[in-house]
Structure formats: C-alpha cells, structure tokens
Write a protein that binds this ligand. Structure first.
Ligand code: HEC
Ligand code: HEC
Length: 279
C-alpha cells in the first residue's frame, strides 16, 4: 500500500479520532451557501409563497427556526435527509411533537415546498466541477488513502467526517482548500486522547464522553471503553489535525481536481436519487 496509508496506520496505532458531528461548522457553511445560491428554478415563487404562509409562522421566514419550531434550513440532521424522507415528514407531520401533517396540500404544492426548502438549505442546482470523477474515485479509495479515514455511503474509516454529503454544502474551491490545508478544520472532530490505566495498559481513541469521574473512549476499531478516572494514571489530549497535511505537494493539480469532482459527484447522484421521484 501507499506511503500515506502506512503513515496513517502508524499514526492510528497511537491515536484515534473524534467523530463528533460538525454542527456549528457545517451550519455556517450551509448558511454561506444558502446566501450565495438563488432558489432552484422549478416554480420557486409558488414554493416560496406556500412556505411563507404555511411553514414560516413556526420555522421562520428563512427556515432557520422560530419560537415554535426548529431550524430546518441549516441543521445537518435535516439537510442530509433525502427528498423522500422530507416529503414523508411534510405529508405525515410529527403530530405528537407539534409538526402538523400537510398531505392535504396536495402533491404539486408539496413538491414546490420541497424545492423551496432545498433552496433555503443551499441545495439549488449545483455548479459544474472540472476534473475526472472516475480518477477521483480511484484515488479516494486507493493511492490517496482518503477512505482509511473518511466514509462514503457506509464504507470507509471513521476518523474524519463522513463525506457522502460533503459536496452538497461545499463548493469545489472549499473542498479543494480543505484537502490541501486540512488544518482549516483541525480540532473540529473533538479530541483524541491517550490514556494510561494504573494497571499499566494504555488505550487511545476519540473522547466520546467525559465528566469529573469517568471517561468514555472509542478506539480505532470502533470499540467503546469506559474508564473510571480513579483507575487512570494519565490522560493526554491531542488537538492537531490528523489528516495528512501534504496532499498539496503529493498530488498533482489534476489529481486534486479529480478528487474534488468525485466528492461533488457523490452529492449530485444523491440529490438525483433522493429528490427526483414521482410525486
Ligand atoms: C405549528 C407549527 C409548525 C408548522 C406550521 C410547521 N412545522 Fe415543521 N415542525 C414543527 C415542530 C415543532 C417540529 C419539531 C418536531 C420534533 O421535535 O421532532 C417540526 C419539524 C419539522 C421538520 C423535521 C425537522 C427535524 O428535526 O427532523 C421538517 C422538515 C419540517 N418541520 C418542515 C416543515 C415545513 C416544510 C412546513 C411547512 C409546510 C412546516 N414544517 C410547518 C412545527 C411546525
Ligand atoms: C489520517 C486520516 C485522514 C486521511 C488519510 C484523510 N483525512 Fe480528511 N480529515 C481527517 C480528519 C481527522 C479531518 C477533520 C480535521 C481534523 O480535526 O483533523 C479531515 C477533514 C477533511 C475534510 C473537511 C471535513 C470538514 O470537517 O469540513 C475533507 C473534505 C477531507 N478531510 C477530505 C479528505 C480527502 C479527499 C482525503 C484524501 C485525499 C482525506 N481527507 C484524507 C482525516 C483524514
């Protein structure tokens, strides 16, 4: 395997990483995107009118939440839902929690609402990306070693963030910037710690939970370990980015473009699968 991969597993032998969702970071990104992109082309005004009269009283004019209902424009839990899932929520509501069902609006109106909601989420039509998607996929799962730390569609590693939907809320230049300079997002995964127990055993992993008395670690293989702090001799935290910082010099420009194109293409395929269905 490649040098990068070997280094990777050396690092991994010592340390493992937090898989905390990047709520604040991705919410900001989504907001930036939402501000940048115009609403999608299909009947935006019908969707907007319906949204403003029907949904805004609870979710706010921009969908970012009001006193009566949560943010549905930038929270990742909502933005990553497929069109099918969103439509189901719109049809059936979550009556026990105060979200009314809207099946009575009819398919055309629901479809327009969904389109408008997607535009608020920054998921309007995606700009084309230069680069060879197939080559990018090959690099991701092969030579560049990305899949050792990142998942796409349920396969891959968990040290870094799941990138299945990354291209939906990040432009090509943002994706490229982070691959070349991962310290931009350093520390956003939460911390990694190395703990040594009083019995001499040591463990490394992502800190999942910690309070004055206990510490829960998830090690690289995914196993959870719960420690009582009174049983530990030492805890060492690590903050720097675990993502290799030298992709900018190891990969050619064409390879970087290819990776960006691949990550963007996954988002597009998903958008197709999720949102283009029969109403
Ligand atoms: C009467 C107030 C109200 C109205 C009107 C309303 N919602 Fe909601 N909605 C809620 C509440 C409250 C929740 C949170 C339910 C929960 O806690 O799970 C919610 C949840 C949601 C969710 C799921 C969010 C999540 O966290 O999974 C979506 C999507 C959503 N609403 C979309 C809409 C859309 C689109 C409209 C307009 C057609 C709409 N809502 C109108 C109150 C409302
Ligand atoms: C050794 C593990 C590792 C490898 C290999 C790796 N990454 Fe990462 N990556 C991370 C971690 C961890 C982060 C989060 C930043 C941090 O806290 O270190 C990250 C961040 C990212 C982000 C930004 C995600 C965000 O949170 O905004 C992107 C995009 C990304 N990596 C893509 C890639 C691509 C493409 C490759 C292959 C060229 C790659 N990574 C290889 C671990 C890795």
């Amino acid at each position: 395997m490649s040098k990068i991969k070997v280094e990777l597993f050396q690092i991994a032998a010592f340390v493992a990483f937090a898989v905390l969702a990047l709520h604040s970071a991705s919410a900001q990104d989504a907001q930036k995107q939402a501000a940048k992109r115009p609403p999608a082309a299909t009947s935006p005004s019908a969707g907007q009118r319906a949204f403003e009269s029907t949904c805004s009283p609870c979710h706010g004019l921009d969908g970012r939440g009001g006193e009566r209902a949560p943010d549905i424009a930038t929270r990742p839990e909502v933005t990553r839902l497929s069109g099918q899932d969103l439509l189901k929520i719109l049809r059936e509501g979550i009556p026990q929690k105060g979200m009314p069902p809207f099946a009575a609006l009819g398919s055309a109106k629901l479809s327009a609402l969904l389109t408008y909601l997607r535009s608020l989420q920054g998921k309007g039509p995606l700009a084309p990306v230069a680069g060879n998607t197939g080559r990018g996929k090959e690099l991701f799962w092969g030579k560049a070693g990305c899949s050792a730390c990142h998942m796409v569609d349920g396969a891959g590693g968990f040290l870094g963030r799941d990138l299945s939907n990354y291209g939906e809320n990040h432009s090509a230049s943002e994706i490229r910037a982070v691959i070349v300079k991962p310290e931009i997002t350093a520390g956003t995964r939460g911390h990694v710690a190395l703990v040594t127990a009083k019995d001499g055993n040591s463990y490394s992993g992502l800190v999942r939970n910690e309070d004055n008395f206990s510490l829960q670690l998830q090690s690289l293989d995914g196993t959870f370990h719960l420690f009582s702090k009174s049983d530990l001799a030492s805890i060492t935290y690590r903050q720097e980015s675990l993502m290799p910082a030298d992709y900018g010099s190891k990969l050619s420009d064409a390879d970087l473009d290819a990776l960006v194109a691949y990550l963007a293409s996954i988002a597009r395929t998903k958008q197709k699968r999720g949102d283009e269905f029969e109403y």
